[in-house]
Ligand binder design. Sequence first.
Ligand code: ADP
Ligand code: MG
Length: 324
Amino acid sequence: MSARGEFDLIARIASRARHVDVVRDGVVLGIGDDAALLRMPPGKLLVVATDTLNDGVHFPPGTAAADIGWKALAVNLSDLAAMGAQPAWCTLSLSLHDADPAWVDGFLDGFLALAALHGVALVGGDTTRGPLSVCVTVHGVVDPAQVLRRDGARAGDDVWVTGTLGDASAALAQWRAGGAAEPALRERLDHPEPRVQAGLALAPIAHACIDVSDGLLADLGHICDASGVAARVDIDGLPASPTLRSMFTAETRRVLQASGGDDYELCFTAAPSQRDAIAAIAARLGIAMTRIGAVVDGSGVAAVDAAGQAWQSPQTGFDHFNRG
Ligand code: ADP
Ligand code: MG
């Protein structure tokens, strides 16, 4: 795009970012200089995460600009949630085919709505011409004693998951099959709700945590690898939405729930002594938290059906470079 178009867009973004009702301490200097200046609360660790969304890879072509804006921030906030961090600031790198102000306005509608919900200030970014791609970096703060890492799971822990699993991958599957996705499922794909409050509440309690972006078994496998333990998961005990239950056979549902990505729920482990505390957090936040298995000695993740038989998923977690 022309330099003019780029400056106009940045001015538009800056002006809208300023008008978001974001009360976030620590922004000494935001958009407009060569870099932002941010002040950390004393004694906290800075938590940084980046995720990119590419057209046709991370969202179906033709996805509404506002939905892309929401999701670009949501997937990043989900990473902070999985660390038990409080989100604070973000930057936004946009690659656009052309300087289309209407598209950028729509994008900002979604992006800034979610930013306002979590009190996240947009403090900088980059705007270039190229294939449609959105890269967001989020910055958060966390108490060093309460970080939720992947490597803290212990044999004997319960395995838990927030919310329900499978809706987003069901929507993707319906879209890939050439049909329109069922609206409630599509909503989960387009508007993931980052579990920020759950992450903060669980931080003092959970031993390990990850957000489910690539599929439950794959992501829980990352916890097990990092922690040097194994996990057993009750495949028929995974929480499913009423829509998912009504639309798919039990076996298809198992695949979607165990291996499908994009749910952005939190999978975490905690000692059995914390069951009541976790139930209380779930009730306070209005977010389901379901015990789905146990951490055991060994390595790998085993899924077991209600009859105690091992269940093998026909597909592993989504892998960009291995889609055979
Ligand atoms: P520079 O050439 O110094 O990188 P830019 O022209 O890229 O400057 O950016 C000017 C200012 O606008 C900087 O403060 C930058 O952080 C901000 N900015 C640019 N693009 C975006 C964007 N997409 N979202 C938020 N801020 C942006
Ligand atoms: Mg720049």
